[in-house]
Design a protein around this ligand. Structure first.
Ligand code: OAD
Ligand code: ZN
Length: 319
């Protein structure tokens, strides 16, 4: 996990990620989706209405969703980089040398306390999913979801009922944990009491520090992330929500769908390739609040009643 150095073009990174064989096979199977599949054949910019019509008419059946902290801010969890409200602007009390140190594996080995103090605050169970999470569940229920790739560690996708096999938790999860010394595995639940009592959890076998299986800067992503190698060439629509696309290798996934595939960004601001010259003619930007963007989409799809019903039923289960 790393933040790309300023000025390094992300598309270049993405090319490095891709195997030549995948790139070749892509060009042999043109997508039905996106502008190349439109009867006009023209290269006019696409809009949310075009995306809605692709979904409604069954032209897109392998939707990939990429998400970040911005989908959970409406649930009350701060994101990382929003000026003022983001976590990295609010870590003064942790006494760490630089904000990202809280998720840096080398720093953690020296001093795990700041991370565990934060973990207590972010611990799953304190927050509820919102319509952005349930929108993804609805895509799944309609048989349209190829996979959701999330950077979030709040567990709200699982809580909203996105099935584990449809989910890639690219930056890990609190659901499991590993001893940093002997690599013994633990259930996330085993650490909860210690975290809430402000104790650093220690391994029953070797007394090493147990770390939740969250991917820190300097660590490898979970094996499951490699599913992108087969998922992205198959995708026929990419929806990106609530992420700054600042962290690699996740950010480069956005460049890994075929060039004919429509990419929709639902976010407060234009980010990654959507804010650069590598922006594609068939990219769709829905700028503003993520809930507003999702609800607009859901309304245009005619799924509003269904989403409301699903959320009401799920809320009943929680309360
Ligand atoms: P960031 O905080 O970097 O970006 C969040 C994005 O969502 C920004 O572009 C915000 O403008 C946008 N946003 C926030 N709230 C929104 C709202 N209500 N409506 C619309 N847009 C909104 O978060 P990530 O991209 O997820 O790593 O950060 C990536 C990784 O960096 C995280 O996974 C984390 C961090 O270091 C780990 O924890 C390992
Ligand atoms: Zn151990």
């Amino acid at each position: 996990l790393r933040t790309p150095p300023q000025g390094v073009p992300r598309l270049h990174d993405c090319r490095l990620l891709f195997l030549p064989s995948f790139r070749r096979s892509l060009s042999t199977s043109p997508s039905k989706c996106g502008l190349f599949g439109k009867s006009s054949g023209g290269q006019e910019p696409q809009t949310l209405d075009d995306v809605v019509s692709l979904l409604k008419h069954g032209d897109c059946k392998r939707v990939i969703v990429m998400a970040g902290a911005g989908i959970s801010t409406p649930s009350g969890i701060p994101d990382f980089r929003s000026p003022g409200s983001g976590l990295y602007d609010n870590l003064q009390q942790y006494d760490i040398p630089y904000p990202e140190a809280i998720f840096d594996i080398h720093y953690f080995h020296q001093n795990p306390r700041p991370f565990f103090t934060l973990a207590k605050e972010l611990y799953p169970g304190n927050y509820l999913p919102n319509s952005a999470h349930y929108f993804v569940r609805l895509l799944h229920m309609k048989g349209l979801l190829q996979r959701m790739y999330t950077q979030n560690i709040d567990g709200l996708e699982r809580l909203a009922g996105v099935p584990p096999d449809k989910l890639v938790e690219a930056h890990g999860t609190f659901a499991s944990a590993t001893c940093t010394t002997c690599r013994k595995s633990y259930a996330g639940e085993d650490l909860k009491a210690d975290i809430f009592a402000d104790h650093v959890p220690k391994c029953a076998t070797c007394r090493g520090v147990i770390k939740p299986d969250i991917v820190f800067f300097g660590e490898e992503l979970p094996q499951r992330f490699l599913l992108f190698l087969t998922d992205f060439p198959l995708a026929d629509l990419l929806i990106i929500m609530g992420t700054s696309l600042e962290v690699e290798p996740f950010a480069s996934l956005a460049g890994s769908v075929r060039s004919s595939v429509t990419r929709v960004l639902i976010n407060r601001d234009a980010v990654g390739p959507f804010a650069s010259p590598s922006r594609r003619f068939n990219d769709v930007l829905e700028l503003g609040d993520v809930i507003g963007g999702v609800e607009k989409c859901v309304y245009k799809l005619g799924w509003k009643a269904e989403l409301d019903e699903l959320m009401a039923a799920e809320m009943k289960k929680v309360h």
